[in-house]
Design a protein around this ligand. Structure first.
Ligand code: 4AD
Ligand code: MG
Length: 467
């Protein structure tokens, strides 16, 4: 029996072939006098394969009646040099079968469709050129992430998705409960009695695997997690999703400097890998999504990323002579417009901002000695890139037991709830650091696609969990 050949391999065939089997979906069909052109796409690459179906084939008329856009077909034939321009090979069908017809309501007709419309048919959009390309790149980048860390002896750890701790302390968590919402058990004070819940305590979907990751780094030296994370923040922006994937390396004996370097090497590795292994898809994005993409990616690869402290960043923003939507003073969070100004206009390059005010950041970050003005900062870093803003957030972690305890009190955290985390500082504490890369934001950066909803298979955002 003839085994199936992927369209991508057929395009790269070194020689003509007497018999080849292709299977996929029809993108277009064009009829000539004595034959039809059927363009078949199987998702293995951007470019479809041109199939010539001659009218000498039995049932030709009936087969072509059924061969409409969207139908699935199985084609056995000869791979021959193409007469037409634009492709090396084409297939002359000898056996042609329609596996599944697509009726006239098939929504992906030849004309272009808006991204908004395609989001409403997220189950069919992978059949378009754009989304085929996005999800091939997504798959390749996931592979490249593992490759980067495995080659550097980072061990892959599966941190839990259900957790009882709030890593980022922002309280933006989705609860996980089997209690009956219409009949909630109450304790003596009238609060919900989570002791009666499934896990015997209040639990949520994780916002980050970092805390659990740290426990493994403090045993196996260098680890990474890569999995889904969940945030119940009500942000309606093109960069926020309620469910997204995060890559979080954590390494013992690593300081903030080393952490920033790791982040830079990592981002460059992913871009280099995409250039090498997804060239045709990136070319497509450069043509139809973002004309500047190719130049920007080259530029990012060629130059070292810039680094600047939060305090310097505030000085730069105040001296920019811009009318900000929100003015900035030392101690304020950087807004998206500030982050983008720094990377797009001031440095014109990815920039890592480090040493943020202590009051802005979670309890686990290592506290610096106060500056000359007595201001307190922590060893945090955010990597900001043109077009998006923050794609990485990380820090050196507080390894001193007493300082960590003080931080927890400062953030109103109950030490008992985090006793296992505190233990790491009690038994063989080491300097350690790590970061989180938002996988979808990285994909936006690599593809030029402007909305996070279009780089994730099925987006979850406030008010939307279709499919
Ligand atoms: O800066 P964040 O909140 O950092 C942490 O969660 C740390 N615990 C990571 C660590 O040090 N191990 O999130 C990290 C990254 C952000 O830089 C951003 O790229 C992405 O995760 N991110 C989101 N991506 C999509 N939608 C959201 N709502 C996101 N929130 C954060
Ligand atoms: Mg952050």
């Amino acid at each position: 029996m003839l085994t199936r050949t992927l369209v991508k391999d057929a395009h790269n065939a070194p020689a003509a072939a007497d018999a080849i089997l292709l299977q996929g979906w029809i993108r277009t069909r064009r009829d000539a006098k004595t034959f039809s052109f059927v363009e078949l796409n199987d998702g293995s690459c951007l470019k479809g394969m041109q199939v010539i179906v001659n009218d000498s084939l039995p049932d030709y008329a009936e087969l072509m009646r059924r061969s409409t856009t969207g139908a699935s077909v199985s084609v056995r034939g000869k791979l021959v040099p193409s007469q037409g321009a634009g492709q090396k090979w084409e297939v002359v069908a000898e056996k042609y079968a329609v596996l599944g017809e697509a009726d006239a309501s098939y929504p992906l007709q030849k004309k272009g469709h808006s991204l908004e419309f395609l989001r409403e048919i997220a189950h069919l959009r992978p059949r378009t050129n754009l989304f085929g390309a996005v999800f091939r790149v997504r798959s390749r980048m996931a592979y490249a992430i593992h490759q980067f860390f495995q080659e550097r002896d980072f061990l892959y750890v599966h941190t839990p998705i259900i957790t009882a701790s709030d890593c980022e302390g922002a309280g933006e968590m989705f609860g996980v409960s089997t209690l009956d919402p219409l009949n909630l058990p109450r304790d003596a004070e009238g609060n919900i009695d989570y002791a009666q819940d499934f896990f015997g305590k209040k639990t949520s979907l994780t916002v980050s695997g970092q805390l659990e990751g740290e426990t493994f780094a403090c045993a196996l030296s260098s680890i990474y997690t890569f999995g889904p994370t969940f945030r119940a923040e009500n942000s309606h922006t093109s960069r926020h999703a309620s469910e997204f994937w995060m890559v979080e390396p954590e390494a013992a004996f690593l300081d903030l400097e080393g952490d920033m370097q790791l982040a830079e090497d990592f981002v460059k590795h992913l871009i280099r890998d995409a250039r090498e292994h997804c060239a045709a898809d990136l070319e497509f994005f450069g043509k139809f999504v973002d004309k500047e993409l190719s130049a920007r990616l080259d530029f990012v690869l060629e130059r070292p990323f810039q680094r600047c402290s939060y305090t310097e960043a505030i000085d730069i923003l105040q001296a920019a002579g811009k009318k900000w939507e929100k003015n900035v003073a030392w101690g304020d969070n950087l807004q998206s417009e500030h982050e983008r100004y720094l990377s797009e206009e001031h440095f014109k390059c990815p920039v890592t901002v480090y040493n943020y005010p202590r009051s802005l950041k979670p309890f686990y970050m290592k506290v610096n000695a106060p500056d000359a003005a007595g201001r307190e900062t922590v060893r945090a870093m955010d990597l900001l890139v043109p077009g998006i803003g923050e794609i990485i957030g990380g820090s050196q972690r507080e390894e001193n037991l007493e300082v960590l305890r003080e931080n927890m009190r400062h953030h109103n955290l109950n030490e008992q709830d985090y006793s296992w985390y505190v233990d790491l500082r009690r038994y063989g504490s080491v300097p350690h650091a790590g970061f989180g890369l938002g996988f979808e934001r990285m994909l936006m950066f690599v593809t030029g696609v402007a909305n996070i909803r279009d780089v994730i298979p099925f987006a979850r955002t406030p008010g939307n969990a279709a499919f």
